[in-house]
Design a protein around this ligand. Structure first.
Ligand code: ADP
Ligand code: MG
Length: 672
């Protein structure tokens, strides 16, 4: 680490920067030379060229020279009329009378003014301009002034002076190192640039920001790779045995070629001698679950325990039952969810700890500290993008030795994003779907045409098929969600009295939910009116219509996943997206792409483009929120070059990274 750039400002004694200013900087966590140099201007005052009043445009800053030709003081307002050499006029307006300005600004005074232009009925005006008083013959000094973020107690002038001092002392702080970086700083502070450079400033600025983004991206990926190395921990070898074979035999179908290929990859992983980290991504309904199941049985065959985590109770229950149906009593499977009684829970945890349970299925409840295993060697995480990386790590830490880890995800993550987030994971992609799926026709529908949706439900039920009616809410409040569901349910009940329907939401006891789902599976109800609780895992091939209210509240990948609840049987399936009046242009565009594309990967890419990665993954989980310069969306194209750069990184670059990003990176990992 270079001591000079990380020197404390308090110790290097910058001329004209007193203890008050230092204190103000400290309050904003600006302590060192580099802290201050990374405090970039928000924008710049461009006083390089004078404008003529005739050329002024609204909402732009302008720098104008002229003579005051008239003064008005109606009420509290003070107005001065400025005339330029073309005899065009500009109103200067001060909404508070300021004695100092009034004294100096008189008819005949020659001034330069700088400020934002607006237009009213009488022409252009500038409110509260900055004023420079000039005498005849005075030299015109072009200026490009940085405007720094407001820091209480540190004036713009002192910030400029301090930056000027630091950049000026290049030898002292940079030595002969970091030439490119120094140049970035110079550009971004707009410091001593030549007129030519200032002319092409925008492209210079862009290049400098890109350079910093590159270094920051480099810092992030180096950390990620370090972590990857850490994660290459020795782990037990696992190979399929009798139980796995039994499961394979019990399947009512053959693995598709895609499934078989990934299954092979997983088996190879298990014999490498170090812990597997594999992400299996595949569109909704592509058949990922069985890959998880097979892996679980391999662990049991080898004499160890395995765990599988699902995002919802319904899904956990479903996995539990499927395993039971497929394997009977050949294996001891436990189900841990939030709805066990204390006694049930205690018993189950004891069995897990003693090793009496081979496979534990559960929800978030699995993270809890009280859950300890006798010999956990494999964790399968279903639909993982809903879990944070920290949660995943918590589960993996429950092994006494390194735990193999397999994640199944239905929200496909665009390649660059996957690389960025999961650098240490191997990725398998399941492209084809099991045979016998029918494409889903998707339509958008304005709320004013609700009747069409109601008719569709009637028609669907007439043909002895079933429907989902979804009312998603963005609020994370189950209470409000439940209310919304009840409201839609009442409305639908009234409009469609002949349809047998039930509401379903997260506020219901899980027993009640299971009961409703069972009624839906066995056909004794026609429609479920639900929140997103049905988003994953529900599988009823007889359901052929999906109506989604307020679809604009959800990500495309999520809508696609939701829609994947239908189209599971041999009948043609439909999805209706009912949008309200407030839908934006982008919103409409998004929904239309859903009608056009049936490929979750493509949709995820589109979503990334339209909404940005934060929205796609949840800003918190993405870990990208703490980046200063690197913007995943804007700088996606930098990821590959960054990865290529890593093996060739120089020690100077490494030093710079340490100076710049050590803290930020730690933060990223804490968040993760
Ligand atoms: P997802 O990838 O969305 O988790 P699932 O694993 O739930 O998908 O599989 C969806 C449905 O497809 C299930 O009913 C499952 O039994 C069935 N399925 C999975 N693999 C095959 C296959 N190879 N052939 C036929 N059906 C399959
Ligand atoms: Mg699944």
């Amino acid at each position: 680490m270079d001591a000079k750039l990380s020197s404390l400002l308090a110790e290097i004694k910058i001329p004209k920067i007193g203890p008050k200013t230092l204190e103000a900087l400290h309050a904003r966590s600006i302590f060192t030379v580099i802290d201050l140099l990374l405090c970039f201007p928000l924008h710049y005052k461009n006083k390089l060229k004078l404008s003529m009043i005739e050329d002024l445009q609204a909402d732009q800053d302008a720098y104008i020279e002229g003579v005051i030709v008239q003064i008005n003081k109606p009420g509290k307002i003070f107005k001065a009329l400025l005339q330029d050499s073309d005899r065009r006029r500009l109103d200067l307006v001060f909404f508070q009378q300021n004695q100092w300005i009034m004294d100096k600004l008189r008819v005949g005074t020659r001034v330069r003014v700088y400020g934002k232009i607006t237009f009213n009925d009488y022409g252009p005006q500038m409110a509260h301009p900055e004023i420079e008083y000039i005498g005849w013959g005075q030299l015109f000094i072009p200026k490009f002034e940085p405007v720094y973020p407001t820091i209480q107690g540190a004036s713009q002038r002192s910030l400029s002076l301090a930056v000027d001092y630091l950049l000026n002392a290049k030898d002292r702080f940079f030595g002969s190192q970091y030439t490119t970086f120094y140049r970035c700083l110079q550009v971004l502070h707009g410091w001593r640039l030549t007129p030519d450079e200032l002319n092409g400033y925008l492209s210079l600025q862009q290049k400098a920001s890109e350079e910093l983004a590159f270094i920051e991206g480099l810092a992030y990926f180096i950390k990620l790779h370090d972590k990857e190395r850490l994660m290459q921990r020795e782990a037990v070898l696992l190979a399929p045995g009798q139980l796995t074979q039994q499961l394979m035999n019990a399947l009512p179908y053959q693995l598709t070629a895609g499934q078989a290929a990934i299954w092979k990859e997983i088996q190879v992983d298990f014999t490498q001698g170090y812990a597997t980290h594999r992400l299996v991504q595949g569109d909704v309904g592509s058949g990922k679950t069985i890959l998880g199941f097979l892996s679980l049985t391999v662990a049991v065959d080898a004499g160890y325990q395995a765990v599988m985590m699902a995002p919802t109770e319904i899904l956990a229950q479903q996995h539990y039952e499927s395993l039971h149906t497929l394997l009977g009593s050949a294996v001891k499977v436990g189900l841990l969810t939030g709805s066990l009684t204390i006694a049930q829970r205690r018993l189950l945890l004891m069995e897990v700890e003693s090793g009496a349970i081979d496979i534990l299925i559960g929800t978030q409840a699995l993270f809890q500290e009280s859950v300890t295993f006798k010999d956990l060697v494999l964790a399968v995480i279903d639909e993982q993008q809903r879990f944070g990386v920290a949660q995943r790590a918590k589960l993996l830490s429950k092994g006494k030795q390194a735990v193999h880890h397999l994640t199944l995800t239905a929200t496909p993550i665009p390649r660059t994003l996957a690389m960025a987030m999961f650098g240490h994971l191997s990725i398998s992609t399941l492209r084809e779907k099991p045979p016998g799926r029918t494409p889903i026709d998707t339509y958008t529908l304005s709320r004013s045409k609700m009747d069409i949706a109601l008719n569709s439900v009637s028609n669907c039920v007439k043909k002895k098929m079933q429907c989902y009616w979804i009312c998603p809410l963005i609020e994370q409040s189950e209470v409000i969600e439940a209310q919304a569901v009840e409201q839609s349910y009442q409305f639908l009940k009234e409009k469609l009295p002949h349809i047998r329907m039930e509401p379903l939401h997260g506020r219901m006891p899980s027993l009640k939910r299971t009961e409703i789902l069972n009624k839906f599976y066995d056909g004794s109800i026609d429609m479920i009116v639900s929140t997103l609780v049905i988003e994953v895992g529900i599988n009823n091939p007889n359901a052929t219509l999906m109506v989604i209210e307020s679809p604009d509240r959800l990500g495309l990948a999520q809508l696609h996943q939701l829609r994947g609840r239908v189209g599971r049987g041999h009948q043609k399936s439909y999805c209706l997206l009912i949008y309200g009046d407030s839908l934006t242009e982008t919103g409409i565009q998004r929904l239309q792409s859903l009608c056009e594309y049936d490929d979750g990967f493509q949709l995820a890419e589109i979503d990334l483009e339209l909404r940005g990665p934060g929205q796609l993954l949840g800003a918190k989980q993405s870990g990208f929120t703490s980046f200063k310069f690197f913007d995943l969306q804007k700088h996606q194209y930098l990821i590959e070059p960054i990865l290529k750069k890593i093996p060739h990184i120089t020690s100077e670059e490494m030093n710079l990274i340490e100076i710049l990003f050590t803290e930020t990176n730690d933060q990223i990992y804490l968040e993760n």
